[in-house]
Ligand binder design. Structure first.
Ligand code: SF4
Length: 369
């Protein structure tokens, strides 16, 4: 018997002898009675009037041991403090849906949970201990030897800071997390801490939502409490808030699922996304962008006249689409059939801009005519 296994049995005996409530956990039932110890599992193992040594022997039986090691892991190792962490780790092995033997069999192969752009894999270590691995979903099948290997959750900070072109990521939940790394052999605490560095507060908000306790702050309330330079965002028209959420909060831009609305009882029509974890209030990036849009929305419209061929109009629309969808870098120089192709765009500029940069020679402001 390993030292860990001996310590687990000591903990079981101590727990039952302490006079606290009987154990009823994931199918394991154990109690100290006047006639000795009782122990049973759903597999049909049923013992009572056991002496301490008989209890230790019964708890070590092949059928019973997984239930005991499982109890020890969840109650003594993970414990009840850190309820969000515990809930996530239980979720990572579908603990509320499957029996202990089913989970132990699945954990041997590894149980996978997608979280934003990463995959968390739970496996079974020695004596029922769980171990966790986190890597980018793009590296799902990669040999760990080919990845940069980490074991300190704080190392995730650097990974989350820049995208694969070295650009700062102001929104940690943008789908631009670099790949090529793996956090191996983590315990439950470090696994959840790593996720929290990659996607701050995602585990807590996910669990609060499951438990019906997510405190959502809608747009109006967020906008009205802004001060200083952001004070103006509460002047943004309602329809513009739709455009803000459509611009920033869809899955292609942010992996959180937007749960905030315009205000309580007034939902936005824009798609909130299908992310695993919720967004409970407009983030600082959205508020900062909304400040700019509030200023821009103060402008009235003008009617302009431009000389364009039908293809040139469509090309301008294609350029806007390509920029909005972040596809500009994918358009090859040779692909002149793409409206947002660089040479096509340069040609349009050469043809349609005047020396001041006005499209079709039309000034932006009337007084410039
Ligand atoms: S406000 Fe929108 S962009 Fe910001 S974190 Fe929430 S869902 Fe993402």
């Amino acid at each position: 018997m390993t030292d860990v296994r001996g310590a687990q049995l000591d903990a079981l005996v101590d727990r039952l002898s302490s006079g606290s409530d009987p154990i009823e956990f994931d199918g394991l039932r154990a109690a100290a009675t006047e006639d000795g110890y009782a122990l049973s599992t759903p597999e049909g193992d049923e013992h009572d009037t056991l002496s301490e040594s008989e209890l230790r022997a019964a708890a070590g039986d092949d059928d019973v041991a997984p239930y005991v090691t499982n109890w020890y892991y969840w109650e003594e190792v993970v414990g009840r403090r850190g309820r969000h962490r515990r809930a996530f780790l239980r979720h990572a092995e579908a603990a509320n849906e499957h029996s202990v033997p089913e989970r132990y069999a699945a954990l041997e192969d590894g149980m996978h949970t997608e979280w934003g752009e990463v995959v968390v894999t739970a496996t079974l270590g020695d004596d029922g201990e769980r171990r966790y691995e986190i890597r980018h979903a793009d590296d799902r099948d990669a040999d760990p030897e080919t990845l940069d290997r980490y074991d300190d959750p704080l190392d995730a900070r650097e990974l989350a800071t820049y995208d694969d072109r070295g650009r700062y990521r102001p929104l940690k939940t943008a789908p631009s997390l670099v790949s090529g790394w793996v956090f191996e052999d983590l315990d439950g605490r470090d696994a959840v801490e790593t996720l929290d560095v990659l996607y701050p507060a995602s585990v807590a908000n996910w669990n609060l939502e499951r438990e019906g306790e997510l405190d959502v702050t809608h747009w109006r309330e967020t906008a009205e409490r802004q001060t200083g330079i952001y004070d103006v965002v509460d002047e943004l028209p309602r329809e513009a808030v739709e455009w803000v959420s459509e611009a920033c909060c869809v899955d292609s831009q942010c992996l959180k699922r937007r749960e905030w609305q315009y205000e309580d009882g007034d939902d936005l029509a824009a798609d909130g996304g299908a992310g695993a974890f919720p967004c409970r209030e407009p983030c600082s990036l959205v508020v900062a962008a909304a400040r700019k849009w509030t200023k821009l929305e103060e402008e009235g419209t003008h009617t302009y006249e431009f000389e364009l061929t039908p293809s040139e109009k469509e090309q301008i629309e294609a350029i806007i689409d390509a920029v909005a969808d972040g596809r500009v870098d994918e358009i090859r120089e040779a692909d002149v059939y793409e409206g947002a192709n660089r040479y096509r765009t340069r040609y349009l500029r050469a043809k349609r801009f005047d020396d001041e940069g006005n499209l079709s020679g039309t000034p932006t402001h009337r007084d410039a005519e």
